[in-house]
Design a protein around this ligand. Structure first.
Ligand code: CP3
Length: 349
């Protein structure tokens, strides 16, 4: 039994006494306790692959920030690794794949991973986290959307354009579909296993959605996300966060998901006008708004809450919190959501 199930009730569209709030990338470098633990280790992967440590940093923001959910500490890139493509996390630079996908042989070499065998460390981290959380807040499981995972597997590292990955969609669409299909099959059993291990809700991150034109987005991304949503167990809410894909929100409205994540370029009022009230919306304060003064953070947060309205909203940023954000301003954001949304429900403002 969960002591605080606000997030799940909001996702299911039930009325809540206030708006739930958490932050993408809340477990990470904004917290001094994360940096301290991380500094004692060989690197990011040691943290991700050691369930007790991953559980510890998953719970840090629940203790330090009093958010309404924990998100399992891991990375979207564990999926390509489980399929046979190892990643490195280069200090201060980001992910790097020493080998990339170029040919049909490369795709043929990729396996559809078995969650227990190849991603058992994430599932164990979920089990340890659930025990330690003891029902305080729901635990969010996650995976990357197949398109975003393909983008890293083909490009090999972060990129402004992902032009190698996008080139494949034009020059060898059949190969792209073959890889997307393997990633999708891996992701489905992986997310199902996360739920079995204890995740209460799952989020699909399509971080590079916004670089595709709408027709490519439908063909190479949205349909695979739809397949993932369809495969999730009954009663487990799914959140689709496709950064930059404002053009696809009306498609998501017909998916088997409960929540649609909005980045900070999107206006929730326009989204509501387009899709109605069947889905919960999550987001979408500009992460840079947290660089302002305390008063500016409060004002921006209240404006955001007004734009979403009181129900069917999960407050968050429009993307992950930036590592050089002052945790005190994160607390101002969280407390403003809690206080303002409570008063708004009571009709006080
Ligand atoms: O708190 C949480 O949100 C949970 C943990 C989490 C991480 N990565 C930990 C992490 C989650 C949900 C992710 C998802 C992820 N990873 C995405 C999708 C979300 C998004 O931001 O669009 C993407 C694209 C990745 C790939 C990735 N991992 C990149 C590009 C980088 C380098 C950039 C950076 O922030 O440093 C990472 C590394 C990473 N993943 C860190 C953390 C805490 C920082 C590394 C460190 O601590 O050394």
């Amino acid at each position: 039994m969960l002591k605080n199930d606000l997030l799940l009730r909001a996702a299911r569209g039930e009325e809540t006494e206030r708006t739930p709030v958490w932050l993408m990338r809340q477990a990470g470098r904004i917290l001094p306790e994360y940096r301290a633990l991380r500094g004692r280790l060989s690197g990011f992967k040691e943290l991700v692959e050691t369930p007790e440590l991953a559980a510890e940093v998953t719970i840090q923001p629940v203790d330090a920030l009093d958010v309404d959910a924990a998100i399992i500490f891991s990375d979207i890139l564990v999926v390509p690794e489980a399929m046979g493509l190892t990643y490195e996390m280069v200090e201060a630079r980001g992910p790097l794949f020493p080998e990339t996908i170029k040919t049909a042989q490369d795709v043929a070499r990729m396996r559809v991973a078995d969650p227990e065998e190849h991603l058992g460390y994430v599932l164990e981290a979920i089990r340890v986290t659930k025990r330690a959380l003891n029902g305080r807040v729901p635990l969010i499981g996650f995976a990357g959307a197949p398109w975003t995972i393909l983008a890293y597997m083909v490009e090999g590292h972060g990129s402004k354009t992902f032009s190698k990955a996008r080139r494949m969609l034009y020059t060898n669409p059949a190969l792209a579909h073959e890889l997307l299909d393997k990633i999708t099959r891996t992701t489905i059993t992986y997310l199902q296993a996360q739920v079995e291990a204890g995740a209460n809700i799952v989020q699909v991150f399509d971080s590079w959605a916004g670089i595709l034109p709408p027709d490519h987005y439908r063909e190479f991304s949205a349909r695979y996300i739809a397949a993932i949503c369809d495969a999730m167990p009954e009663g487990v809410p799914v959140t689709v966060f496709a950064k930059g894909a404002w053009f696809a929100v009306s498609d998501f409205a017909h998916f088997n998901c409960r929540t649609i994540g909005l980045d900070w370029n999107e206006d929730p009022r326009l989204v509501r006008a387009a899709i109605g009230y069947d889905k919960t919306l999550q987001g979408n304060l500009d992460p840079c708004a947290l660089y302002g003064s305390r008063e500016q953070v409060q004002t921006a947060t209240i404006e955001m809450l007004r734009r979403f309205g009181p129900q069917r909203h999960i407050a968050n940023l429009g993307h992950g919190v930036y590592p050089d954000t002052d945790p005190d301003n994160v607390r101002v954001f969280i407390n403003t959501v809690k206080e303002f949304s409570t008063l708004a429900r009571q009709g006080a403002i």
